[in-house]
Design a binder for this molecule. Structure first.
Ligand code: MTE
Ligand code: MO
Length: 304
C-alpha cells in the first residue's frame, strides 16, 4: 500500500543533472524548462549526491538481495509484495533517553527527507547508483537522546515467516542483524531511506524503512528495520556470524583488501548489459573524503 508520494525525483534534481540525463530528454528542452518540476528542482539538490547516471527503477527493484524472501536475485521482487508494511513500528531501546515503541510516522516526524543519489556497492562485486529518499540517522538518534555509554548502534529486521518465505530456511539465524560504530551512525552520509525514485520504498528494497551506508558493502544496509538499539559493545551482525573470516564488522568498501574468494578491485554496474565491462572500485566506494578520518590509525586489512 502506498502511504503517500515521497519527495519527487524532479523536485530536487538540479538542472545540470536533468539536462545530462538522456532518458529524461523525451520532450523538447523548452518543455523541460517550462515544467514546474524544474523550478522546484533548483531549490534543494543534495551536496551528498553523485552526478553519475542512476540505474533505472526497473534495475533497482528487480535485482535484489533480501534473504528473507529467498536467495535468488529475483526472489525479493517476486515474493515481497506479500509483506504488510502498514502498520509498522520500531523499538528504539538500550542506552537512550527516550526508549519506546515508535510508530513509523513518529520515527520520521520532523526529519527532513531529501533525495540522495548514492553509489551502492555489494560485496559480490556488483554496484548501482540509487536515487534514495531519506533522512540522516543522526537526526533520529539525537531526537531519542544517545546516552554517554553508547558506543554502537544495533539494528534488526522484521521476523515474520508467514510473509517472508526465506525465513523458513535457517541458514541465517533470524532476525537479520547489523551494526555500526556510533561515529559511523552519526556521519551525515548515513541515512534511513523511506523511498526510491520519489515513490515509497518498494518492499523488495526494504520497505518501509531501511538503512543506507554508502561507503560500506551493501549487506550493512539492513532492510525493513524493526529495532534500533544503542549499545556499549560491538554487536553481533548476520554476515559476521555466518562467516567471520569473510565478512568483518566494518565491511568498508576497499579495493585493496580482497574477499578471500574473489577480488574487490573492480565491479560490474547492474543494468550495464553484457558489454558494460568492469569499472574500478573506489576506496570507501568513492566517499573517502567524507569518511576516511573515521578510521585514522586503524589497520583496514585487519579491521576489514
Ligand atoms: N534484512 C535484510 N537486509 C539486507 C539484506 C538481506 O538479505 N536482509 N541484504 C543486504 C545486501 S547483501 C544487499 S547488497 C542490499 C541490497 O539492497 P537493494 O536490494 O536495495 O539493492 O541489502 C542488504 N540488506
Ligand atoms: Mo550484498
Amino acid at each position: 500500500m502506498r502511504r503517500n508520494k515521497q519527495l519527487g525525483w524532479s523536485d530536487v534534481t538540479p538542472k545540470s543533472q536533468w539536462m545530462n540525463r538522456r532518458h529524461l530528454m523525451v520532450g523538447t528542452a523548452a518543455a523541460l524548462i517550462a515544467s514546474p518540476g524544474l523550478l522546484r528542482a533548483e531549490a534543494a539538490p543534495s551536496i551528498y549526491s553523485t552526478d553519475e547516471e542512476p540505474n533505472t527503477f526497473e534495475d533497482l527493484s528487480t535485482y535484489n538481495n533480501f534473504y528473507e524472501f529467498g536467495t535468488g536475485k529475483e526472489d525479493p521482487a517476486y515474493y515481497a509484495s506479500a509483506l504488510t508494511t502498514d502498520p509498522w513500528s520500531i523499538v528504539i531501546d538500550g542506552l537512550v533517553d527516550k526508549p519506546g515503541t515508535y510508530d513509523l510516522a513518529d520515527v520520521i516526524k520532523d526529519q527532513p527527507i531529501e533525495e540522495r543519489i548514492y553509489r551502492f556497492r555489494c560485496v559480490e562485486a556488483w554496484s548501482a547508483v540509487v536515487p534514495w529518499q531519506g533522512f540522516e540517522l543522526s537526526g533520529l538518534l539525537n531526537r531519542v537522546g544517545v546516552q554517554p555509554g553508547a558506543k554502537y548502534v544495533y539494528f534488526e529486521t522484521l521476523v515474520r515467516p508467514e510473509e517472508m518465505p526465506g525465513q523458513q530456511s535457517t541458514f541465517i539465524e533470524w532476525p537479520y542483524r547489523e551494526g555500526l560504530r556510533l561515529d559511523e551512525a552519526m556521519n551525515p552520509l548515513t541515512i534511513l531511506a523511506t523511498g526510491l525514485y520519489g515513490e515509497d520504498m518498494p518492499n523488495q528494497n526494504g520497505a518501509p524503512i531501511r538503512l543506507v551506508v554508502p561507503w560500506k558493502y551493501g549487506f550493512k544496509s539492513i532492510k525493513s528495520i524493526v529495532r534500533i538499539s544503542l549499545v556499549a559493545e560491538q554487536p553481533q551482525t548476520t554476515w559476521n556470524m555466518l562467516q567471520p573470516s569473510e565478512y568483518g564488522f566494518y565491511s568498508n568498501v576497499n579495493p585493496t583488501v580482497d574477499h578471500p574468494r574473489w577480488s574487490q578491485a573492480s565491479e560490474r554496474r547492474i543494468g550495464s548489459g553484457l558489454f558494460g565491462g568492469r569499472i574500478d572500485t573506489l576506496m570507501f566506494n568513492g566517499y573517502e573524503e567524507q569518511v576516511a578520518s573515521l578510521y585514522a590509525g586503524q589497520d583496514l586489512a585487519k579491521d576489514f
